[in-house]
Design a protein around this ligand. Structure first.
Ligand SMILES: [Mg+2]
Length: 215
């Protein structure tokens, strides 16, 4: 039943942060710290005000960057470079996940709200480089983040992804809404399950989930 739900899938779309590595690594917290520091300096705010502004932008615009661009007209490229300058020491290669992803039939892509150069560094640190046919960052979505529909339309259009034969793996439940509406199979990869009509599957263990598809 599980494998049958994916028998038609020929396009595999993966989020990056907290999806292709465990949230227990706490890598994204480093980026969040960098984003807060950037906001503090650029907008001359103290830490509490910067965190509050980031939370507000995340809720209203999907990401801090989208809010900064909309409300302050910031140049996204220098921002993306600075906030992704983090140590990846906590990441370790994952041969089992690499094997499970490598066994998926068809086209495999990464689609992150981070930048593509950062995504490639993370993939290399996880031993997952070479498994993906393309890596898309927010710069490939005209700087519009998931969960905005235009982000999916842009990236899927570029990649030639047909939603009817595609599946999406994500840790942020918001980011599965549009994929579901487009007709994709949706998988929430997260410690906690979320009951929502746009979530077809939930797993805490991406490797085990993918391995079952090939069985
Ligand atoms: Mg994520």
């Amino acid at each position: 039943m599980h494998a049958a739900s994916f028998a038609h899938v020929r396009h595999w779309v993966f989020d990056l942060d907290n999806t292709l590595y465990s949230p227990e690594v706490r890598l994204f917290e480093q980026i969040q710290l960098k984003m807060t520091q950037w906001v503090m300096e650029a907008l001359r705010l103290d830490r509490a005000a910067a965190d509050a502004l980031r939370a507000d932008y995340w809720r209203r615009y999907g990401t801090t960057l989208a809010g900064l661009m909309e409300e302050h007209g910031i140049d996204p490229d220098p921002y993306l470079e600075v906030v992704h300058e983090i140590a990846l020491d906590a990441l370790t290669p994952d041969p089992d996940l690499a094997a499970a992803i490598g066994a998926l039939p068809g086209r495999r892509i990464v689609f992150t709200n981070g930048s593509a150069p950062y995504a490639r560094r993370v993939l290399a640190a996880r031993g997952l480089e070479g498994l993906f046919h393309a890596v898309y960052g927010v710069e490939h979505a005209r700087y519009r983040p998931k969960p905005e529909i235009v982000a999916y339309q842009t990236v899927f259009g570029t990649d030639g992804c047909e939603p009817a034969t595609a599946a999406m793996f994500e840790d942020d439940v918001r980011n599965l809404r549009e994929p579901h509406a487009l007709g994709m199979r949706t998988v929430l990869v997260a410690p906690e399950a979320v009951e929502a009509p746009h979530v077809h599957h939930h797993t805490v263990d991406l490797t085990a989930f993918l391995a079952r598809l090939g069985g």
